[in-house]
Design a protein around this ligand. Structure first.
Ligand code: GLN
Length: 398
């Protein structure tokens, strides 16, 4: 074996595994969460122009000033907090680099970090890189809406706990943490002197409607006493349907930023210079862009949810993000299929539709076995094709 011990428990990511199975089986891919359409033309044009007109050598380690200024202005509009872009914003290779830059730069071996499960799979791997230990608190499935128990959160804290990782809107449940829930988490952070690492990459994808009338994205850093202990992570990919650009950032106090940069300078040093110029133009998108984006994703979510319900899945319309986490038992039990992995493989092979088995995101596997994750960040044609294939399989009764 050549893989280092720290990575052995993680194997190949579920996204790579399912995407390669999907390609092999020529399945419609509702697995890995990426749009199968591109972001707006004005941003792509800005990138082409930036290559011709802007510097193409290393960017400053923390980020191109035009871009970090744009990030700081957006942060002030969102939270009312003025930050210094030079000492509080670090541009990273997607949020995926920002996560290990934060864990490596701020945690010590043996530190414990609380993760809500289901969790995005980068978190435990990034903790392992830092020698830190995850402690899991479950978002319990209460009939399709997911919630943690405050007593369980409090009980998870020990003298070694150093941080809580939060993700809102949440992958894979589609939960948008309410202000009241964030107050509870913030309360624990303040009382126990913990950091909060808050992954907010889906912050622009919130679907406030009759299904989730209260849905609203709140940055936990905006709550009292949290700015100085929160690292807020975000990226361009989800908001602008440009997941391949790999442009992300971390916002934190100057002290915490020093830690993040201690790692970032040796991970990537800096991120693609022209793309950062283009990214600063992206952040200037008009309000209508975001309205259209959420309207489009709401329609795709509803089309997929309605079709899944007709097939016998139990679905709660998610309040945010890219995914529907459906209860598959109404469909799988009559077929004698039990786990999410069995159902996932069955659908790839027999229907030609790929999904993600969410037990990949659980430490307590049995708590996620009844669920299946479907991505709806796809064109209407892709969703229609997947639905037709699932209906055909249902008609065949296998
Ligand atoms: N964030 C994407 C998802 O949850 C996957 C990203 C990746 O493949 N690493 O599907």
């Amino acid at each position: 074996m050549t893989v280092a011990d720290r990575f052995k428990p993680f194997g190949t990511t579920i996204f790579a595994e399912i995407t390669s199975r999907a390609v092999e089986a020529q399945a419609v891919n509702l697995g890995q969460g990426f749009p199968d359409f591109d972001g707006p033309e004005f941003i792509k044009l800005a990138a082409k122009r930036a290559i011709d007109e802007k510097p193409n050598q290393y960017a400053p380690m923390g980020g191109v000033p035009e871009f970090t200024n744009a990030i700081a202005s957006r942060w002030q509009r969102d939270t009312g907090q003025a930050i210094d872009p030079k000492s509080q914003v670090t541009v990273t290779a997607g949020c995926t680099e920002a996560i290990p830059a934060t864990t490596l730069g701020l945690l010590n071996p043996g530190d414990e970090v609380i993760l809500f499960e289901p969790y995005y799979d980068s978190y435990p791997a990034s903790l392992a890189m830092a020698g830190a230990k995850p402690v899991f608190v479950t978002l319990h499935d209460r009939g399709g809406s997911f919630a943690f128990d405050e007593a369980e959160l409090r009980a998870a804290v020990t003298s070694k706990t150093r941080a809580i990782i939060l993700n809102t809107p949440h992958n894979p449940t589609g939960k948008v943490f309410s202000r009241a829930e964030l107050e509870q988490i913030a309360g624990v952070c303040r009382e126990q002197d913990l950091l909060c690492i808050s992954d907010e990459v889906y912050d622009r994808l919130v679907y406030r409607d009759e299904h989730n009338p209260e849905a609203e994205h709140v940055s936990i850093a905006s709550l009292p006493g949290m700015a100085e202990r929160t690292i807020t992570l975000n990226s361009l990919g989800k908001t602008f349907s440009l997941t391949g650009w790999k442009i992300g950032w971390a916002i934190a106090s100057p002290e915490l930023t020093e830690g993040i940069r201690a790692a970032h300078q040796y991970l990537t040093y800096a991120v693609s210079t022209p793309m950062q110029y283009a990214a600063s133009e992206a952040l200037g998108a008009p309000g209508s862009y975001y309205e259209e984006l959420t309207a489009t994703f709401t329609a795709r979510r509803d089309a997929l949810a309605a079709a899944l319900e007709r097939l016998g899945f139990k679905v709660n319309r998610p309040a945010g993000g890219y995914f529907i986490l459906a209860d598959h038992r109404g469909v799988s039990e009559p077929l004698g299929l039990k786990t999410d992995v069995e159902v996932c493989h069955h659908l790839i092979e027999h229907a030609g539709v790929a999904t993600i088995p969410p037990t990949a995101f659980y430490d307590h596997k049995q708590r996620g076995q009844h669920l299946l994750r479907f991505a709806f960040c796809k064109t209407q044609e892709t969703i229609d094709a997947a639905v037709q294939r699932l209906q055909k399989l249902a008609r065949a009764g296998v």
